[in-house]
Design a protein around this ligand. Structure first.
Ligand SMILES: [Zn+2]
Ligand SMILES: [Zn+2]
Length: 272
């Protein structure tokens, strides 16, 4: 079993570079058994609407049509499922609920890509002195706590997202500096049946590491966290499935017994 539960494709994710069919074919060729298509839906996070945000998305029928066409083309070679990556659904809870309850989706990643009214962490220039950025990280974690409490997603996406972009500017920090907030977040997750994602996109980026890092995953485990999915966050076929094997290895080392797949927003536990 090898499942990539975080992938993007054109035209649904404007920052991707290939079609859903190319992504699914790459997954099958690389030996993946499962893949979930999780395109960006940033309808809730665009406050104020800025030029670097993605356009609002409501073409559920169009997305489902293409998904079914690709699923049919792959036949039994790949267990393909349709999900989404919702940017901060709790910023606009009504819209978040509308997305979450679309019957076309089996799975929803909730991702805080930007603080309220601010730009995506992707676009920021990070200060030399981490203390200047500390309040933003605190606010980021508080937003993740609020998102977990809202229940408007199945898993928390790439926790510590900014570390990917800080590393590109030769900067970084230890998430365990925020252990109190992480504990609060994981307790909120567990109480609300929300899992977390192990995102391996950083392995092939400047970061050279997992998001979140192993110590953070260990804390989640210690607190009783069991729901976890693995995803590459691939935006191109060459990245599909890359690092999933390594992710499973890390989870086993940390004492996780299962990785999750999703059907109708319900986790299916598969033994590691
Ligand atoms: Zn994301
Ligand atoms: Zn993504």
């Amino acid at each position: 079993m090898l499942a990539d539960y975080h992938t993007h494709c054109l035209p649904w994710s404007p920052d991707a570079d290939s079609s859903m069919l190319s992504m699914a074919q790459a997954a099958a060729e690389r030996g993946l058994t499962h893949m979930c298509v999780t395109n960006h839906i940033e309808n809730c996070a665009q406050e104020p609407q800025s030029s670097d945000q993605f356009p609002p998305f409501h073409d559920w029928d169009g997305l489902l049509r293409e998904f079914l066409r690709v699923k049919e083309a792959l036949g039994g070679r790949l267990d393909l499922r349709l999900g989404c990556e919702i940017g901060s659904p709790h910023y606009l809870p009504e819209e978040g609920r509308l997305i979450c309850t679309q019957p076309i989706f089996d799975f929803a990643i909730g991702s805080v890509h930007n603080l309220r009214g601010k730009r995506d962490f992707y676009y920021l220039t990070y200060p030399q002195d981490f203390d200047e950025f500390r309040p933003e990280v605190e606010e980021y974690l508080d937003e993740n706590i609020a998102m977990a409490r809202s229940g408007l997603c199945d898993v928390i996406g790439h926790l510590g997202y900014m570390r990917r972009y800080m590393a590109r500017q030769k900067k970084g920090f230890d998430m365990m500096l925020f252990e109190d907030r992480l504990r609060e977040l994981f307790r909120a997750c567990i109480e609300n049946g929300v899992g977390i994602e192990l995102n391996c996109s950083g392995l092939s980026d400047e970061l050279r590491g997992f998001i979140p890092e192993p110590q953070v995953l260990r804390l989640y485990r210690e607190l009783g966290g069991e729901i976890i999915t693995c995803g590459t966050d691939a935006h191109s076929p060459d990245k599909v499935g890359v690092g999933i094997d390594e992710s499973y290895g890390l989870l086993r080392t940390l004492g996780f017994k299962y990785v999750c797949l999703y059907k109708d927003h319900t986790p299916e536990f598969v033994r590691l």
